[in-house]
Design a binder for this molecule. Sequence first.
Ligand SMILES: [Zn+2]
Length: 440
Amino acid sequence: MTGAYWAEYAWLPEGAAAGVLIEVADGRITGVTAGVRAPAGATRLAGLTLPGLANAHSHAFHRGLRGRTQAGRGTFWTWREQMYALAATLTPDTYYALARAVYAEMALTGITCVGEFHYLHHAPGGTPYADPNAMGEALITAAADAGIRITLLDTCYLTGGFDRPLEGTQLRFGDTTADRWAGRVSALRPGEGHVRIGAALHSVRGVPREQLGPVAEWAAAHGAPLHVHLSEQPAENEACLATHGVTPTRLLADAGALGPRTTAVHATHLTPDDIALIGTTRTVTCACPTTERDLADGIGPIRALHEAGSPVSLGSDSHAVIDLFEEARAVELDERLRTRERGHWRAAELLRTAFAHDSLGWPDAGALRVGARADLVTLRTDTIRTAGFTPTTAAETAVFAAGAADVHSVVVDGRAIVADGHHTTVDAGRALTDTLRALA
Ligand SMILES: [Zn+2]
């Protein structure tokens, strides 16, 4: 937890610097000195060292769908049937094993903190486990064992659609009412220092209008993050308009559910009024472009949301890909495809979206500065992708050339979790292979 690192190059708040000594004590950065030679005893980090990456939107078990749900034709809704089939099989033990492997995979890609949007709460049929939080506790333990921090975004999910009850596998997600959801969540033990508990509304189709407010109030009373899937599909907007006469964004605003502690995930199909509401309330937008393209969701107005006032974070969501460098560049490249113009985002701005920890309740992470959590992610700059690196274009290399495979060292809260490209405690490839084979 204590020591000194010497980075060949490091991404500091003011930009890239060479020869940076980063001193660490008790999991915090205690000194940052640029332009120095490596002192004896310091751990040398060759390449470009970045702050820790925050994966702001994850459903760990969706990793089991990678390479399987890409076959054939379909839509978001046919994909969802396959996702439910997998969800039907998981137990606290198998969920723990899968999540530990997935979080180890995340660590190997430079992710030091995950926001787990968790809705698979109960046994099949909706029967609570003896410990009603057995599934959430499995995720918390999995993150600890993989060496990353977790914000468990415990999700309220009450209905299968506007005026439709939960059915089938969905019964595992339900707590009947927002009050019962709050009672269960309040029993979660945050435990060690690697955990925050947050709230989530599955979506405006998953939580009835009169139950939105109580969940938002719980989050406000606890100073907790509040996340919500928003307008990922036009069908949600159409059903919301038909039922309530307003868009999902307006429905959330009227329920008091927007604001700086709230994250709108996807925010793909919005009206100009929706964009203004999200921006003026400083609601965070979480873009998940690799999932959105895999599920044929569409391209969200991420730049417009940002210009309206919304901070932007990134999530690998369904884990068709786990690579926040790819998510960051996709935010820009999708905009290019839509507008046929280049350069909507500066690379440094895109990098910042990958470091954005605020929406997960960790404002002290995501920057290489004194006092911050000692999360250090180092990219090799001599690989087939990153060769040609120059410090003046460090951000461009990280965003537009590098990928998860270029991460060779990861330190989380001062602990070395990845060294020489290998997880220090979990054989992630073996763990993924074994757990996914057992689920097949
Ligand atoms: Zn999601």
